[in-house]
Design a protein around this ligand. Structure first.
Ligand SMILES: *[C@@H]1O[C@H](CO)[C@@H](O)[C@H](O)[C@H]1NC(C)=O
Ligand SMILES: *[C@@H]1O[C@H](CO)[C@@H](O)[C@H](O)[C@H]1NC(C)=O
Length: 485
């Protein structure tokens, strides 16, 4: 196997994007008259032919356009729409639980990229329907809305049907988080039947950076909501599948998975491994110096790109013949069906996609990827610090890892878990890995303590929950009911 570092859109000529601030969110929150506000309460009151616009006096710059959409899962109530945040508009899909929507928890999902739509996992892995070709979807018996109300984001703005009036795209995890927090803020003001309901923030891949930040912002916003006399979001856990959280481990672990993985044969030649090992040492030294010991963004970014990023291998599943591509759809060609499905007129009308953005749909936005590259988010943003801070505050974290993914691989992720610093890390680190089972079979290995759970899924690649749907659903349902695997 050749090791070819993939070129993602780093250092393009695209100007640094300055997203519009989440204007007005802080100020008016504490000064509104509850009597002026009538929440919608009942989602059943929504129209299926046109959007209903929901507002809240505490959040004058935010609204939700939502409609009922008979789409994907005819057995449950389904809603689609936009959260409007000033000039930015974020598209979402909401599927009620198949089990008990009035009592089941809420799970919010995002994919990674950066620039990948939540439609990726919705339609090829964990959503209520899976796309089989560009015209057809089939019922998914292993959907994650079997026991949870699920919301899929097309985020950040610039991805999928989401757009900004200015044509800008969002280019950093922190800015993306402001939109998510605004979304949850207004969502719960209207859908009061979901108020206080356990909320699980979930995602995969670059979601390993998004989700720790989104959950942290939700946590911090709760303080303001309480001060304003509003109900806080019941943030209950964080779930990340094959998360690319820690860039140093993400890149240097390439050596481990290719050259010294005890569970798999060596994939690279001795010569390649020796060269890789030397690169790893240089990356680690410089990363520590310019990204950890000092916080020089430019220096850190150059180091990370020159010495570390080259180590990254774009292989999303070592068991598939797709090792050399930078594109995830080479490994997961079913992703391409999403573009076919969501480009169709009838589907776009049923979903309520904004007419200005009808036409060819793409499940990934290169512009968003470029913006994250230009803002150095990809290589120098340390989401692991947010993960540790959440654990410190008692928010349980589940890191689920398909073990045949080389991209955001199990060795790098396990290393990240071992280095996270929080008060109860002593209850996690010394534990041996043990096997966990689904349907009576060993499904992976796990270590769980101090609020953190690490669990592998045997034989699953980068889109792990789609590769091992029964096992992944077993795990997530256990987790939603408060149990470790
Ligand atoms: C599939 O979609 C295409 C347009 O994308 C349309 O022309 C064709 O009629 C559809 N086929 C079926 C069987 O619906
Ligand atoms: C959050 O959800 C849990 C589980 O249902 C519940 O026990 C707890 O009371 C909720 N907390 C709040 C603040 O609503």
């Amino acid at each position: 196997m050749r090791i070819r570092p993939s070129v993602i859109a780093l250092f393009t000529t695209a100007a640094l994007i300055q997203p519009v601030a989440a204007e007005g969110y802080d100020t008016p929150l504490s000064s509104y008259d509850e009597g002026l506000f009538t929440p919608l309460e009942d989602l059943g009151a929504l129209s299926s032919s046109q959007f209903t616009t929901l507002r809240h006096p505490a959040m004058p710059y935010h609204s939700i356009r939502i409609k009922e959409s008979r789409f994907c899962d005819t057995g449950v109530k389904t809603y689609t729409g936009y959260i409007d945040i000033g000039l930015r508009h974020m598209f979402f899909y909401f599927f009620e639980s198949r089990h008990d929507p009035d009592n089941d928890p809420l799970l919010f999902w995002t994919n990674g990229g950066p620039g990948g739509s939540g439609a990726m996992s919705l339609f090829t892995a964990i959503g209520p329907c899976l796309v089989t070709n560009k015209n057809t979807t089939v019922h998914n018996p292993n959907a994650w809305n079997n026991q949870a109300n699920t919301v899929y984001f097309e985020q950040p703005v610039g991805v999928g049907f989401s757009y900004a009036d200015t044509g800008d795209v969002v280019g950093s995890t922190m800015d993306a988080g402001d939109d998510i927090v605004a979304f949850l803020g207004i969502f719960f003001q209207h859908f009061i039947k979901f108020r206080g309901r356990p909320v699980h923030m979930a995602g995969e891949s670059y979601g390993g950076k998004y989700i720790p930040v989104f959950a942290s912002k939700i946590y911090d916003q709760n303080t303001k909501l309480v001060e304003a006399g509003l109900t806080p979001v019941n943030l209950t856990s964080v779930v990340i599948a094959n998360g690319c959280t820690n860039v140093e481990h993400w890149t240097t672990s390439t050596y481990d998975v290719l050259c010294q993985d005890p569970d798999f044969p060596q994939l690279a030649s001795i010569e390649a491994c020796v060269r890789l090992k030397q690169m790893v040492q240089r990356c680690k030294k410089s990363y520590q110096k310019s990204c950890v010991d000092t916080l020089d963004l430019i220096d850190c970014s150059h180091t990370a790109i020159d010495l570390c990023w080259k180590l990254k291998v774009s292989n999303y599943d070592r068991t598939r013949p797709c090792s050399d591509g930078g594109n995830i759809d080479l490994c997961y060609p079913r992703l391409l069906n999403i573009d076919g499905l969501l480009s169709q007129d009838e589907v776009q009308i049923a979903l309520g996609a904004d007419p200005r953005f009808r036409g060819a749909y793409s499940y990934k936005s290169n512009a968003v990827g470029e913006a994250f590259g230009s803002s150095f988010d990809i290589i120098s943003f340390r989401a692991e610090d947010y993960l540790a801070a959440l654990l410190e505050r008692g928010i349980p974290v589940l890191l689920l890892v398909g073990d045949t993914d080389l991209m955001c691989n199990r060795i790098g992720i396990e290393r990240t878990t071992m280095e996270l610093e929080w008060s109860r890390s002593g209850e996690f680190r010394p534990l041996p890995l043990r096997t966990w089972t689904a349907n009576g079979h060993v499904a992976g290995e796990t270590r769980s303590g101090g609020g953190l759970t690490y669990a592998t899924l045997h034989g699953a690649g980068h889109i792990a929950p789609g590769d091992k749907p029964v096992e992944a659903l077993t795990l997530i349902n256990r987790w939603l009911s408060g149990k470790a695997p």
